[in-house]
Structure formats: structure tokens, C-alpha cells
Ligand binder design. Structure first.
Ligand code: MG
Length: 373
């Protein structure tokens, strides 16, 4: 039987790679729906090739070859066995919740879902017996390592360190957009690539890991590993460490998440050779240079609206940076400033989460507006 799948965000980096995986596993999958944002040309090409029944785009009138359907409708459609949430940003949150409430498994490539509403999302998943399989390479690695979470003492998340790992603070301060986007190991979207340069991405991943695996922040460690061969590891109560290794490729975690618990050849990575790799390096993160990591731990430990604040301030500041309005370190300044002013609220509803998100975004933008006379 074919597994029926919908992809939210099929025109993005993860979505496109997911379709490459599905193309290799054509006899295993049937695509129910594809959704894109403004790139309707690419979406229509994908529709022509993969023939989903339904599609969504910001301009639904531009969709050709599939029936237009809203994200909410797609996510409550019981034809789906699994939905790959590969949109970036908060737009992923409500559809994911709808899918979970409808008992549809989730392959999750959207960080905001857990960073903004991890408590709500994980509880709903438990209540509805829904699997949330992480696509993020680190969490996917941890998912592959865990046999029984009750016996796991520590999660060890690896970080490549990004383009500024061995640069000085001054070099990083004056980094151009181009230098920031030149990630040494991974080819990703622009926002996440900036987050990888500041290590905010790793911070968000720590928060994700806390929710996905129910692990205390004290027991989630980050280690810098420039080669990105060890995708993450876990330490059991007896001190045994299990790591997942592989050549850096997003195809593998995507494929794992959408085919779980099966494994197929699909897009197989080049056979692994320890002797070719020869060495693996590890080092403690430079907490002074990568303050974002500290801020993320702090937000995570505070819980409630603190991670909503962290995420919103960071995302707005990253947009300002990508628009050439501010410097790289101003992103961290903005997050620090917003966090220090924020009064944490607990037990939020989804609507309240979106309200706080909006408020923080407005305030973050105001930080960088020239003072009016
Ligand atoms: Mg990652």
C-alpha cells in the first residue's frame, strides 16, 4: 500500500528535496496535496509532475492542474497518512495543530511549531496518538538513536559552528550578508542560514529537543563538530553513547521521517568510510561569541511565552539584517533587549501565542527605526 502524503511548503528547500526522495520511491508514495507560497511557477511544475489532488498557494487562482484547497482543509483531510510540514515560520503552526487533531502523523521540518507552542503541540500529539518525526538532522539523529527514552540521560546536539567558527568577534561583527550566508556544510534557506551563523539555530534546536524528547535543559548539551558527520548523539544512564553518523545530506533525514518506521534505499548517500573521513573534531561552543545559544537556553528554561519572544525578536531582526538594515550582532542585541523586557506568561492558548508574537515583532522593528523628531 502506498503511503499518502501531503507536503506543506513543497517549493522550499526541504520541500523540493522531499519531492526528490519521493521521486525515487514512487511506488511507496501517493501525494495528496502540495502547497507553496508565492512561487506558483514552481508549484505548477511540481503539480504537473507529481499529480497531487489538491494544492494551495498564496494566489490560489494561479494554481493549475490541482483543486485549490486551504492549508486547514488539507490538514484535516483524512486521506493523508502523513503530512510533511516544511514551511518556514509561524505559518506552520496552525495547520500542524489541525493535522494532529485529525490524527495525522507529522514529519516536522518547521522549528517554530515547537519553539512557539511545544507544550501544546506535544500534548495534543500524545492525546491523539500522533507520531511527530523530526526532519531536522540533529533531532532525526537522536530519534534514530533512542530505543527507550526513559533510559537516556543526556542528548548531545552537534553544531557545525557555521561560517564564523574560527573568526574573531570583530570579523563577525562586520560580516556582510554574503559572508553570513556562506555556510560551510549545509545548503539551506536564507533565514536558517543566518541563524546557523549566530548559532541561534542551535539554540532553537535545543528548545525543539526539549519538547520532542521531554528532556530537561540541563541534560541537553551542544558540542561543536565542524565536519557535520556526527549528526547528534545520546548518552544512556550507564554512560554508553550512541551517535548517528553520515555524510551531510538533508535527503536522508527527510527520507527517514516520511518512511518511518521503514527504511528504503531511496536516495542513498555515498557509502560511509571512516578511513576516508579520517578525523572528527569536537569542541565546546564559544559562549561569548555565540550569545544566541545562551539566550535560547535562558528562554527555554523560563518556558511559556519566553521562547515565543526569543523566536519573534530573532526572526524580525534576521529580516532586518537580510534587508541590509542592521549588522549581524544587532540581531543578538535585539533578542537580548526583547527578552530582558519581557514578562513571561504561562499556559498560553494558540491565539495568545500569536498575539505575543505580533507584539514582540512590532517592538523589535521599532528598535531599529530612526528616532522620530
Ligand atoms: Mg539542524
Amino acid at each position: 500500500m502506498k503511503r499518502k502524503i501531503s507536503i506543506l511548503g513543497s517549493t522550499g528547500s526541504i520541500g523540493r528535496q522531499a519531492l526528490e526522495v519521493i521521486e525515487k520511491l514512487q511506488d511507496r508514495f501517493e501525494i495528496i496535496a502540495l502547497t507553496g507560497g508565492s512561487n506558483t511557477d514552481l508549484l505548477n511544475k511540481q503539480i504537473k509532475k507529481f499529480k497531487p489532488k489538491y494544492a494551495f498557494a498564496s494566489d490560489i487562482n494561479a494554481i493549475e492542474g490541482a483543486k485549490p484547497m486551504s492549508l486547514e482543509e488539507i490538514c484535516s483531510n483524512h486521506e493523508n497518512d502523513i503530512i510533511l510540514v516544511a514551511v518556514s515560520g509561524k505559518i506552520g503552526l496552525r495547520p500542524t495543530i489541525t493535522a494532529i487533531k485529525n490524527g495525522i502523523d507529522i514529519a516536522l521540518a518547521n522549528k517554530e511549531t515547537l519553539v512557539m507552542a511545544g507544550d501544546i503541540v506535544m500534548k495534543l500529539a500524545r492525546d491523539n496518538g500522533v507520531n511527530i518525526i523530526p526532519v531536522d538532522s540533529e533531532h532525526c539523529a537522536i530519534h534514530q538513536c533512542i530505543k527507550d527514552i526513559a533510559q537516556v540521560e543526556k542528548l548531545i546536539i552537534t553544531a557545525s559552528g557555521g561560517p564564523f567558527l574560527h573568526k574573531t568577534v570583530d570579523e563577525m561583527k562586520n560580516a556582510t550578508i554574503e559572508q553570513t550566508l556562506a555556510h560551510p556544510r549545509w545548503n539551506m534557506g536564507r533565514k536558517i542560514t543566518v541563524d546557523s551563523a549566530t548559532l541561534m539555530n542551535k539554540g532553537l534546536e535545543v528548545i525543539e529537543a526539549h519538547h520532542l524528547f521531554g528532556m530537561d535543559y540541563d541534560n541537553i548539551k551542544v558540542v561543536v563538530h565542524p565536519q557535520s558527520i556526527v549528526h547528534s548523539a545520546i548518552e544512556y544512564v550507564d554512560g554508553s553513547v550512541i551517535a548517528q553518523l553520515g555524510l551531510p545530506s538533508m535527503h536522508i533525514p527527510i527520507q527517514y521521517a516520511i518512511t518511518y518506521p521503514e527504511r528504503y534505499e531511496g536516495i542513498k548517500s555515498k557509502s560511509f568510510s571512516f578511513s576516508e573521513i579520517a578525523r572528527l573534531d569536537f569542541e565546546e561552543p564559544n559562549w561569548e561569541k555565540f550569545k544566541a545559544l545562551n539566550l535560547a537556553y535562558e528562554a527555554g528554561r523560563k518556558g511559556g511565552s519566553a521562547t515565543v519572544c526569543l523566536n519573534a525578536a530573532n526572526e524580525e531582526a534576521v529580516f532586518e539584517f537580510l534587508n541590509g538594515q542592521i549588522k549581524l550582532f544587532d540581531i543578538i542585541y535585539a533578542v537580548e533587549k526583547m527578552m530582558s523586557k519581557h514578562n513571561v506568561i504561562n499556559n498560553l492558548s494558540i491565539d495568545e501565542i500569536f498575539e505575543i508574537d505580533k507584539e514582540i515583532r512590532t517592538k523589535t522593528k521599532e528598535l531599529f527605526q530612526p528616532a522620530s523628531v
